[in-house]
Design a protein around this ligand. Sequence first.
Ligand SMILES: Cc1cc2nc3c(=O)[nH]c(=O)nc-3n(C[C@H](O)[C@H](O)[C@H](O)COP(=O)(O)OP(=O)(O)OC[C@H]3O[C@@H](n4cnc5c(N)ncnc54)[C@H](O)[C@@H]3O)c2cc1C
Length: 404
Amino acid sequence: MALGSLEIGIVGCGIAGQAAASFLADAGHVVTVLERFEQPHPVGAGLLLQPTGLSVLRALALEPDALATGARIDGLVGENQWGVRVIDLAYGDLHPAAFGLGIRRSDLFDLLNRRLLGSAARRVTGVEIVDVERDGARAVAVDRKARRHGPFDLLVVADGAHSALRQRVFPRARAPLYPWGCIWTTLPDTQAFGAIRLLRQRFAGTSSMMGVLPVAPDRLTMFWSLPTPTLEADQPLDLDAMRHEALALWPDAAPIIERAFDTGDFARATYRHVSLPGWNDGPVLFVGDAAHGTSPQLGQGANLGLLDAHALARSLAEAGDVPQAMERFAARRGPTNRFYGTASHLLTPFFQSHHDLLAIPRDLVLQHACRTAIGRRLMTGALAGLRRGWRSAETLDADGRYPL
Ligand SMILES: Cc1cc2nc3c(=O)[nH]c(=O)nc-3n(C[C@H](O)[C@H](O)[C@H](O)COP(=O)(O)OP(=O)(O)OC[C@H]3O[C@@H](n4cnc5c(N)ncnc54)[C@H](O)[C@@H]3O)c2cc1C
C-alpha cells in the first residue's frame, strides 16, 4: 500500500534541503523547511556539478536555467609545479555528449530557492534547530529558543557538514575536521580560462595547490589550499606570501593571481570527514553533508546531496510506511555515499597535507593511469559520480546523461 501525504520537516535550506523540499512538496507531502538564517543565503565556493547532479536538476526542471547560468566543463587537468600534466580526464571518454557544469553557489542557490518558493513547501526562517525529540513514532525539532516544530512523520536533517544535530541523534557519529581547507574567491575571467572548459589545478608536493574553475560565461572561482589552523576567523591571512607562492607555482595564471590577491576578497572553507552509524534513527533521516560530508577533492558533495533528495522522494513513493522508505533510501544511497566518503578521505592527503613525499607516488600513478584507456575511464567515471563502490559503477545513458 502506498504512503499517503506525510507531514515532513526539513532542517536546513541548503542544496540538499531545498531539493528535497521541492521533490517532496511536489509529491503531495506537507513540507516545512526550518532554516537558521533569517535570509537564507549560499555559503562556500563555486562548484562543479557532475552529470549526476545535472540529472537531478533536470528532474526539478532547472537544468536549462543552470546551463544558461554556469560554464560547461569538459574535463579536469592537474599539473605539477613543472607544468607536467599529472591528471588529464575528459567526460568525453565516458560519452561524447557528457560534461560537467561549473556554477556559482549563489546561482545554484537562487535556482533551487525559486523552485522551492514556487512549490507548496512552507519555509520558516530564523530558527536554529538544536535538538530533536521523539513523540511516539514522530519527531519534533526544537529550536534555540526552546520552540517546538512538528511533530513530523519524517524529519530530514540537511544542516550541512558542521551539523549541530548529528551528535544529538547519533552520539557515535564522527566528523573530524580535515587538517587542510582552502580560501576561494570568484573573479572576472580576463584570460578566457572558461573557453578551455576545464577545471584546472596546479600543485607542488602536497602543501601547495591552486585550482581554477570557470563558473559562469565570464567568471571563474580560484581556490588556494591552506592548513586548517590558519583558516580560523581570527587568523590574519598572509596574502603577500601566498601571492608569491602562487605566482611561482603557476606563472601563466599571473593575471588571475594578481587580481585575486589585490582584491583580497577571500572566503575561508574547512571540511569534515563525516561518518554515521546509519542514515536514520527512526523518523529522523540525515542527508547531504550532514550525513556524508567529505573533502571536495572528488567534487561530489553537492551532487550527492541532490541525489539524496531525489532518492528520498522515490523511496517514499515506493514504500508502504516510513521505516520501509528509510530502508529503501539506505539501499539506494548507502553504497555510493560510502564509496565517495572513503575515496575522498584516502585521496585527500595526496593533495592536501604536510607529507610532500606523497606527491611522488601520486604523480607516478595518476600520470600512468591517465595514459591508459581503462585508467582514464575508471577515473573519469569516479569524477562523473558514477561509482557505487570499489567494484561497481553505473553508466551514462544513450544520450550521455545520468539515468536517475
Ligand atoms: C571549497 C569547497 C569546494 C567545493 N566544491 C564542490 C564541487 O566542486 N562539487 C560538489 O558537488 N561539491 C563541492 N563542495 C561540497 C558542497 O559545497 C557541499 O557538499 C554542499 O554544499 C552540501 O549541501 P548541504 O545541503 O548538505 O549543506 P549546506 O549547503 O551547507 O546547507 C546547510 C543549510 O543548513 C542550514 N543550517 C545549518 N545548521 C542549522 C540549524 N542548526 N538549524 C537550521 N538550519 C541550519 C545552513 O544555514 C544551510 O542553509 C565544495 C565544498 C567546499 C567547502
